[in-house]
Design a protein around this ligand. Structure first.
Ligand SMILES: C[S@@+](CC[C@H](N)C(=O)[O-])C[C@H]1O[C@@H](n2cnc3c(N)ncnc32)[C@H](O)[C@@H]1O
Length: 284
């Protein structure tokens, strides 16, 4: 068996199991096994696979066959050009969330100084990316899940940003230190927003493997309501609120923000044209 043959049979096997990204996944898992860049596979089609490599590859392929996400199998996902360690304790950061980052960076210039709070930090993707992109910012990364915070802290350390990203285990704002009241330059959030009633419609990869605490909210707008209400307490005058929302939620979330006294609501679409990010500010 050589590289080309193995990729072909694995792709067919994945397709039979309803895996949409069959060829890509076969390549990612094989490049991991052989410790090659994915593109190097294309110049190694005739390379024979030895029995030890085949065993190692098959173990990964079997996991993917059970719809375990590739990012968990590899233990890593790239977000905004940086590698983040991920495992089942955290949501896998999504490209959609990069739109939220773009919008926040467009509003906080390169010299922006102050503290930004990331509500529901998960892997730390948002907080750590903002710290990396804006060297004068400090980030307060909040999550209710102690397991997620272990992963996020490790990511901050491996990306050498732990000195500017602090972590707090907190249900919402409950344990955010009082000294930040009225001081935050921005609150950013990608909170859980999936209605548990929609669970059967989710892809098996997500439904059966990613943490329910990161996905579901009994009332899908509850976190937005909570964040909007808390914004008056925590944001400085003129400061920014920026959140990712689920499909069809943007209008309701913008209305919640206005009802909470926030101004200049704006909505941005993701790459698929879905309204994905809602922004607003505290009056100046
Ligand atoms: C959709 S994930 C987002 C993870 C990460 N920010 C990202 O964008 O990839 C939502 C996160 O909110 C956290 N979370 C859920 N309920 C929370 C609460 N009541 N207070 C704080 N964080 C919460 C979950 O543990 C999870 O890490």
């Amino acid at each position: 068996m050589n590289v080309a043959e193995l990729l072909k049979t694995t792709t067919a096997w994945f397709r039979d199991r309803g895996i949409e990204t069959a060829r890509l996944d076969a390549e990612l898992l094989l490049s991991e096994t052989l410790q090659l860049e994915r593109m190097q596979l294309y110049t190694s089609f005739d390379r024979p696979i030895d029995p030890a490599e085949l065993d190692a590859y098959r173990a990964l392929v079997r996991r993917r066959g059970k719809h375990e996400p590739v990012a968990y199998i590899l233990g890593e996902r790239e977000f905004y050009g940086r590698p983040f360690a991920v495992d089942p304790r955290v949501l896998i950061p999504r490209p959609d969330t990069e739109v939220l980052i773009d919008e926040v960076l467009a509003r906080l210039d390169a010299e922006a100084e102050g503290v930004v709070l990331d509500y529901g930090t998960g892997s730390g993707a948002i907080a750590i990316t903002l710290a990396a992109e804006r060297p004068a910012l400090k980030l307060l990364a909040v999550d209710v899940s102690p397991e997620a915070l272990i992963v996020a802290r490790a990511n901050a350390e491996s990306l050498e940003l732990a000195d500017r990203v602090g972590f707090v285990r907190s249900d919402g704002f409950a344990r955010v230190p009082e000294r930040f009241a009225g001081q935050l330059l921005a609150i950013v959030a990608n909170p859980p927003y999936v209605d548990p009633a929609d669970k059967p419609t989710l892809m098996a990869d997500v439904r059966d493997h990613e943490p329910g605490l990161a996905l579901f909210s009994e009332d899908p707008l509850a976190h937005y309501r909570r964040i909007a209400e808390a914004s008056a307490t925590w944001l400085a005058d003129g400061a920014l609120l920026a959140v990712e929302v689920g499909q069809g939620q943007a209008e309701d979330v913008a209305a919640l923000f206005e009802a909470a006294g926030l101004v200049e609501p704006a909505v941005r679409k993701d790459l698929a044209g879905i309204e994905r990010v809602v922004l607003a500010s505290r009056p100046a």
